[in-house]
Design a binder for this molecule. Sequence first.
Ligand SMILES: C[S@@+](CC[C@H](N)C(=O)[O-])C[C@H]1O[C@@H](n2cnc3c(N)ncnc32)[C@H](O)[C@@H]1O
Length: 288
Amino acid sequence: MPSQYLVKNVLKEITAKLNPIIPRASREAHLLLMAHLECDELWIITNQNTQIKGIDKLFEWVERRAKNEPFEYITKRVSFYSEEFYIAQGALIPRPETELLIDEVIKNVINPHPEGTSSHSLTANAEMTFVEVGVGSGIISIMLAKHFPHAKIIAVDISQDALEIAKINIAKFSLEDRIELRLGSLLEPISEHVDYLVSNPPYIANDANLESNLSYEPQNALFGGSVGDEIIRELLNEVLKRKINLFTCEIGYDQQDRIKDYLKKEEYKNLNFYKDLSDFDRGFTLRL
Ligand SMILES: C[S@@+](CC[C@H](N)C(=O)[O-])C[C@H]1O[C@@H](n2cnc3c(N)ncnc32)[C@H](O)[C@@H]1O
């Protein structure tokens, strides 16, 4: 095998190919090589003069990355809440801020009676029914199933491709008996009583100008309508109509006022917004 396939030389070549297009190209080169060899950073550092096999596949990945295809779709892996999930182009790549939605749900289940409210009681061990609308790759439903071992979870998506990806992840975590997938829109496929509705719906306005790498993600996972919050409003209507006690939903940083206005005339005991690590509004919990 020629010496250009030594780790140190391959890293240089990948960095040079990515450099004009991808910020922090040298870091990306390390990450691509680590994913390709299924090794860690320490191995790369201590094996600079080792020959690499399967170089064609690695350089095919580099070509795709040079076209700005997201790293996660290329390697088919994504980290979320300290777990590794399968990911492919039919589902949105999980975002770190969605981990906050999981924390928010856990907080609400463990502390179901904030001062001044009288919500019904749920505990981590309760046999409650969660419904997730817009399951995508399955990350939210899977993390909730892991945190609440006695909960039943019904997860809905309008995209068959997303459901196929969620199915792979559910099997990876052996949660087939706990999470039921259903194809359909919003709460249409749900006739059962719902204790807790969760959703990270599409909430970007249809005409928003987005970065080019977002074009690889499913458009119905990103765009929520001409204003952006249309699906959130439809979910709120369902929550009020079906009298669902708890609803936690991720939102865009500028959507708080419109959600408050929409709910103004409705009966609710508690509407709490939570922020992300950059101090932007990122979601809310509505407690009826
Ligand atoms: C922002 S992604 C969230 C995916 C995943 N839950 C996550 O947090 O990474 C929104 C998901 O909602 C789905 N979706 C869009 N419109 C829907 C609808 N009307 N009913 C059900 N799911 C819908 C999309 O297919 C997509 O999988």
